[in-house]
Design a binder for this molecule. Sequence first.
Ligand code: ATP
Length: 405
Amino acid sequence: MTDTVDDVDLPYDENATSQQEQIEVLQERLEVLESQNEEMRDRLLDANAENNKYQQKLERLTHENKKLKQSPLFVATVQELTDEGVVIKQHGNNQEALTEVTAEMREDLAPDDRVAVNNSLSIVKRLEKETDVRARVMQVEHSPDIAYEDIGGLDDQMQEVRETVEMPLERPEMFEEVGIQPPSGVLLHGPPGTGKTMLAKAVANQTDATFIKMAGSELVHKFIGEGAKLVRDLFEVARENEPAVIFIDEIDAIASKRTDSKTSGDAEVQRTMMQLLSEMDGFDERGEIRIIAATNRFDMLDPAILRPGRFDRLIEVPKPDYAGREIIFRIHTRKMNVSDTVDFEVLAELAEEASGADIKAICTEAGMFAIREDRTEVTMTDFKEAYDKLQRTDETDVTDSLAFA
Ligand code: ATP
């Protein structure tokens, strides 16, 4: 079709013999123009919708950009509310300062409250209680509910984790007698959803240890001094709950290779990492606390954290191979009512690029297909359709967690 009406021929045909013919020609032209008009309107609507989408994206990015440009705030504690203003004590340097606040903010404040202050020490906002922050960033589980049998296709990795984490926790005297120090920290690296968290949980379960999980990303973008303090808190919680397995997920968030930019945000990340390293260097080697870290971005890591005495045991946790996929299918269907037609070998071959988490999602989705059709038995067709559906979702929605590609 043509984009503009200019291309439409003039409707008058000089050779037209009768008025009737001219009318017909005009009629035809009118119809063509109307249909072009209709099409243009549709395209305009589409363009408007697209425009709206980009407008929203632009707003979101502008907002994020603004947030990133903001200079970080410092943390302080309210000491006293006096007639002259509020006395605060800064964390880190322990200096006291007197600062003015609005009447509204003053009503909200009480001694011992934590507040965020800017460069000129004005109170910007009141922070939530410290315990809330801890609770949000730390997940504490006593002997988590995952056993080695729940993990498929990672026998070598499991063996290595057991040697490096379980042995020092269960038989610390062995290391003393032999005269060697157990490895300090274990680093699990590999694609998302391959069972890294599961391995850490299973070892904590096996040794009756408390599992304490913290995500590296929760430690950044916080206030100055907060990340380092949370790391100290993390080790304190571990000491209070010995034996304990500390699991730091997404360690790359605090331990990436140094970038060239020298923003204070980077400095804060550095401080958090230094705190982690010094906690690791300083802690008692007897074995009641073990540290496991995990990352999907091994290439991004600062080599400093991989030095001897730190995360010196590197264990790669890859996507499962054919045999591993079959075992994982069997694990996740253990409690499902699966028909005899289901062939796990065929499924393992089909889901060639699937991670453990993807396989779990396929099994759940297959169950959903059966439920939708009011059946209680899950068939091979359900599994195949579930696989197709999840693969389609993956193609259309990049934010989806499935990662077959
Ligand atoms: P991320 O890097 O995204 O944190 P992860 O490697 O820590 O991922 P897990 O959280 O351990 O992955 O796995 C997510 C879920 O996927 C598990 O709860 C489990 O159901 C399933 N899963 C992943 N790997 C395996 C596996 N090897 N065996 C059985 N189930 C698995």
